[in-house]
Design a protein around this ligand. Sequence first.
Ligand SMILES: [Zn+2]
Length: 73
Amino acid sequence: MAHSKSHLPTKVCVVCQRPFTWRKKWEKNWHEVKYCSKRCQGNSKSKSSTKPRNSETPTTAPATDGQYRRAVE
Ligand SMILES: [Zn+2]
């Protein structure tokens, strides 16, 4: 029993699906840890806010309908 490191618990990161090992910094919230690193944590959080917003789209599908209604009224 010389090496206690081999007894450290492991988890699988929910973002990169890779196993990671318990760290000292997680000793108080290990049960809440879902990500192997801050990078993965940031990736999961910024998923919804990284959508590209194009105000001017070349393909006009429902936009013409709105213009038509506006002209009629
Ligand atoms: Zn990860």
